[in-house]
Design a protein. Structure first.
Length: 129
């Protein structure tokens, strides 16, 4: 994803988070807040299965299947200083992924719930492999 597109995503996500009542995970309080620190460095993570990802995902999203036994080891390799937007099919797996990422020391996390909601909030197209 280009830096211009990431900046646009950041602006859209920030504006939409307040409207939708979504926020970022905070390891210091463990609660959700109404605002999030989303920067041009935002990484989009799809936590569904490879089959679901192939059927349609946000353009530029990375696949980290939460059902993979190595999920925690894989996310441990990510840069904790960056911002992450996480989504799945309905919001259940993305909520669990954000909880696990927060427990692993990530602080800039946004759970956008479903693929469709993530696309609507960010303005990023759904693409297929």
């Amino acid at each position: 994803m280009t830096s211009v597109k990431r900046r646009f995503v950041s602006m859209v996500v920030l504006g939409s988070l307040s409207f939708l009542g979504l926020g970022c995970a905070s390891t210091s309080t463990g609660s959700q807040t109404a605002t999030a620190a989303v920067s041009a460095e935002t990484i989009i993570i799809d936590v569904r299965t490879p089959e679901e990802f192939a059927a349609g995902h946000l353009d530029g999203a990375l696949l980290y299947d939460i059902q993979d036994p190595n999920f925690d080891a894989l996310i441990a390799e990510l840069d904790r200083s960056l911002s992450y937007v996480v989504y799945c099919r309905s919001g259940n797996r993305s909520a669990r992924a954000v909880e696990r990422m927060a427990a692993a020391g990530f602080t800039n996390l946004v759970d956008l719930g479903s693929l469709e909601n993530a696309s609507a909030v960010t303005g990023i197209a759904i693409v297929q492999n």
